[in-house]
Design a binder for this molecule. Structure first.
Ligand SMILES: C[S@@+](CC[C@H](N)C(=O)[O-])C[C@H]1O[C@@H](n2cnc3c(N)ncnc32)[C@H](O)[C@@H]1O
Length: 207
């Protein structure tokens, strides 16, 4: 069993110390727009993305303790001040700590694919989740989803047009295998090295 790593970083927020709806501008020290990465892993994607958008704040969440630790270390190494990390379950955190319409962007990269048919219902992204997360996006807010798993990519790409309130940013394509300007995460690089293709989906919440 892996030992639990204590995370002592100014970028790390303990959920139990947050009020029900935190004052995010006070936490970040400014009122820049806020983006969320769900399942940040070791933080390589969020660090690259946040470094090139200094006038945007980023919340990176994962329920993987070691991943949160590595994400914080990476943020420190890069001297970033616009990222906060939390070890939380995504749906619960969003519902309890974010207000609707808050998010300028949501990123989900290589979520656990649950490849066995009988486990598919455990997948994070399904129709219900797409409707749920839409409500937390600001008008004009971006929704990015990327997976190496064919069946998951095709499924989400197929669901999106049927969910009200989103506009496809890749039209006429439902997904692409390359997305210019989008950073690759650890898992994306790993799967690409194995010869797999990534499915990128990009929608924007209608104004
Ligand atoms: C396959 S890894 C991908 C990590 C990273 N996004 C990447 O592409 O390199 C999926 C990550 O999502 C996290 N995760 C899965 N479901 C989650 C949930 N409901 N809430 C928070 N984190 C979650 C896992 O702990 C894991 O670190």
């Amino acid at each position: 069993m892996q030992s639990f790593i204590h995370i002592d970083s100014p970028h790390y927020l303990r959920e139990e110390q947050l009020p029900a709806l935190p004052d995010w501008p006070a936490i970040f020290g400014n009122d820049y727009p806020i983006a969320l990465e769900i399942g940040c892993g070791i933080g390589d994607f969020i660090v690259k993305t946040a470094a090139e958008q200094p006038e945007r704040n980023f919340i990176a969440i994962d329920f993987y303790n070691k991943g949160c630790y590595k994400t914080c270390r990476r943020i420190e190494r890069h001297g970033l001040t616009n990222v906060r990390v939390l070890r939380v379950e995504a749906r619960q955190f969003i519902q309890e700590r974010l207000s609707k319409g808050l998010l300028a962007a949501v990123y989900i990269n290589c979520p656990d694919p649950w490849p066995k048919k009988k486990h598919r219902k455990r997948r994070l992204v399904n129709r219900l989740f797409l409707e749920f997360i839409r409500d937390y996006l600001a008008p004009g807010g971006d929704f990015f989803f990327a997976t190496d798993f064919d069946d998951y990519g095709i499924d989400v790409a197929g669901l999106m047009p049927g969910v009200d309130g989103y506009e496809n940013q890749l039209a006429p394509d439902l997904y692409r295998h390359e997305l210019e300007g989008y950073h690759l995460s650890k898992y994306m690089r790993k799967f690409m090295a194995e010869g797999k293709r990534i499915y990128f989906v990009h929608y924007r919440k209608a104004n």
